[in-house]
Design a protein around this ligand. Structure first.
Ligand SMILES: [Fe+2]
Ligand SMILES: [Fe+2]
Length: 440
C-alpha cells in the first residue's frame, strides 16, 4: 500500500498511472491504492474514468520499469495478472481484532442466555436424532420444562426446535470467532469468570452460575414498530412506541423460576402466569436478535481486512434470519393479562400505548406485517428503501448493544440488585470496537 509522504513511492506510482492501458491491468484495490497515493489533480491529468490516456509524460520504457517496481514491492500479495478484486490483502488491523474480540464476547453472552432457554424450552429430538447441544464438550440437557414448552408452542409449534437451533448458532458464533482470533495470533475471549448469576431452579437444570439473568427482564419492544415505519429510521432520529408497553417497564421472568411456575390449572390449561412467561420469552427472542441484526452491519463498516468483513457479513446474516423468525412468532403471543403485565391484541387497530401517538395503528401493529417496510435511508430524496435499521454506531454499534443489554436487565444480580462486573469489561471491549476505523 502506498503511504502518504513517501515521495519515492509516489513518483513510481505516478509513472505507472501515466500510461492508462497499464493502469487498466491493475485490479480495483490496486488502482485505488495508486490513486490515493497521488494528489487528485495529478490523477485527473493522466486518466479519465475509463482509463484512457489524456496526457503522456514519460517514455514507455520508464513505465514498464515502474510497473515492475509496483508489482514487486508496493502491493504485496496482489497479482497484476489475476485482476481479481477478492485478492485484497489489506492486513488485519488492530481495529479488526477489537471488533472480532467484542463480537466474540457478545456472542458468549448470547450463547449463555440461549442455553438457558434451550435447557427449559428447547426441543429434545430432531427428527429421529436427539438434540446434541454442547458447550465446551459438555452436553446440554434440553426441554426440562414440558409445560413451559406447551406455553411456548401456543406461539408456534416449532418454537422448541427454533430455540434449540438458535442456541446452537450462538454457541457456534462464539466458538468460531474465538478460533478465528487464535488463528490470527490474537487472544480469544472468555467471560467465564462472570458466570455467577443463579439459573432457574426448575428440576434438572444444572445449578452452575450463568452470565445472564432471564428472571427480571425489562424488554424493549420498540423494534416491532421500528420495522414498520415508512417515515422514521432510528439512525435519523426516529422514535417508536412499544408493541407491549407493560414489558418495557418493571421486571418480568422469561423462564420459569422454579417448579411452582410450571403447575397447570386444575382443568389442565396453562395458567396466565406461565403463558405470560412464554410470551415474554417470545418478545425477548426478537429483541435479542434484532440487536445482532444491526450490530454486525454497524461494525462491518469499520472493518479493513476483506476476510474479516466476510466473517461479519456471514454471521450477521444469520442474526437477521433469527430476528425475522422471532418477529413472526412474537405476533402469535396470546392476548392475556398476568398482574400488571398485559399482552395486547395487536390486530385490533388500536394503539396499545396509553396516550399512543400512532396515526395508523392498524399498519403499525398488525401481526403479519413482519417484512421490513421501506423507510427513510441516507437521504429522503433517494426515496424509501427496505433495510436493516439502525446501522449507525450511535444507534446500533457495540456500545449501543451493551447498553441495550444492560437496560434489558440481563446482568442484574438478584443478590445485590446491581449489575455484575461483566458490564465494565463489555463496555471497554465495545468502546474499542466502536473506535475501529476502516484503513487502506
Ligand atoms: Fe450470534
Ligand atoms: Fe443472535
Amino acid at each position: 500500500m502506498i503511504g502518504c509522504g513517501d515521495e519515492a513511492l509516489l513518483m513510481t506510482a505516478f509513472i505507472v498511472i501515466k500510461d492508462c492501458r497499464l493502469f487498466q491491468r491493475f485490479n480495483l484495490p490496486e488502482r485505488r491504492s495508486l490513486k490515493r497515493g497521488l494528489r487528485s489533480s495529478q490523477f485527473s491529468e493522466t486518466c479519465n474514468a475509463n482509463g484512457t490516456n489524456r496526457r503522456a509524460f514519460l517514455t514507455n520504457g520508464m513505465v514498464a520499469a515502474g510497473a515492475a517496481t509496483i508489482g514487486a514491492t508496493l502491493l504485496p500479495g496482489t497479482s497484476m495478472a489475476s485482476g481479481r478484486e477478492e485478492e485484497d490483502h489489506a492486513p488485519i488491523t488492530k481495529g479488526d481484532i477489537a471488533i472480532l474480540t467484542f463480537l466474540s464476547a457478545l456472542e458468549q453472552v448470547e450463547a449463555d442466555l440461549w442455553i438457558q432457554y434451550a435447557e427449559l424450552g428447547g426441543a429434545t429430538n430432531q427428527g429421529l436424532s436427539t438434540i446434541d447441544l454442547e458447550l465446551n464438550g459438555k452436553k446440554i440437557a434440553t426441554g426440562l420444562a414440558p409445560n413451559y414448552i406447551t406455553a411456548l408452542e401456543v406461539l408456534d409449534g416449532d418454537m422448541p426446535q427454533y430455540i434449540a437451533d438458535n442456541t446452537d448458532d450462538e454457541i457456534s458464533h462464539h466458538r468460531f470467532l474465538n478460533n478465528y482470533l487464535a488463528s490470527k495470533g490474537a487472544k480469544p475471549i472468555d467471560l467465564g469468570e462472570f458466570a455467577t448469576l443463579p439459573p432457574s431452579k426448575v428440576s434438572g437444570v444444572s445449578q452452575t452460575g450463568r452470565l445472564t439473568n432471564l428472571k427480571q427482564l425489562t424488554v424493549d419492544t420498540t423494534w416491532w414498530m421500528r420495522y414498520r415505519s415508512t417515515i422514521a429510521n432510528p439512525d435519523f432520529g426516529g422514535t417508536f412506541e412499544n408493541a407491549v408497553p407493560a414489558l418495557a417497564k418493571g421486571q418480568h421472568p422469561a423462564i420459569p423460576v422454579d417448579d411452582g411456575d410450571l403447575i397447570l390449572n386444575s382443568d389442565g390449561s396453562i395458567p396466565n402466569h406461565l403463558q405470560a412467561i412464554a410470551n415474554t420469552a417470545g418478545f425477548h427472542f426478537a429483541f435479542i436478535e434484532q440487536g445482532g441484526s444491526s450490530l454486525y452491519p454497524a461494525l462491518a463498516q469499520k472493518v479493513t481486512n476483506l476476510e474479516v468483513l466476510r466473517v461479519l457479513l456471514s454471521i450477521g446474516g444469520s442474526e437477521i434470519m433469527h430476528f425475522q423468525t422471532w418477529h413472526d412468532k412474537a405476533g402469535n403471543a396470546t392476548n392475556i393479562t398476568d398482574g400488571d403485565l398485559s399482552f395486547p391484541n395487536l390486530n385490533s387497530g388500536v394503539d396499545p400505548n396509553p396516550n399512543g401517538t400512532s396515526v395508523n395503528p392498524a399498519d403499525d401493529f398488525q401481526t403479519n406485517l413482519i417484512m421490513p417496510e421501506p423507510t427513510l435511508f441516507l437521504n429522503a430524496k433517494l426515496g424509501p428503501v427496505s433495510i436493516i435499521r439502525p446501522t449507525s454506531t450511535a444507534q446500533g454499534g457495540a456500545v449501543a448493544s451493551v447498553v441495550s443489554f444492560v437496560d434489558d436487565g440481563l446482568f442484574l444480580d438478584p443478590a445485590t440488585n446491581k449489575n455484575t462486573g461483566i458490564v465494565d469489561v463489555l463496555m471497554r471491549l465495545a468502546e474499542e470496537a466502536d473506535e475501529a476505523r476502516r484503513r487502506f
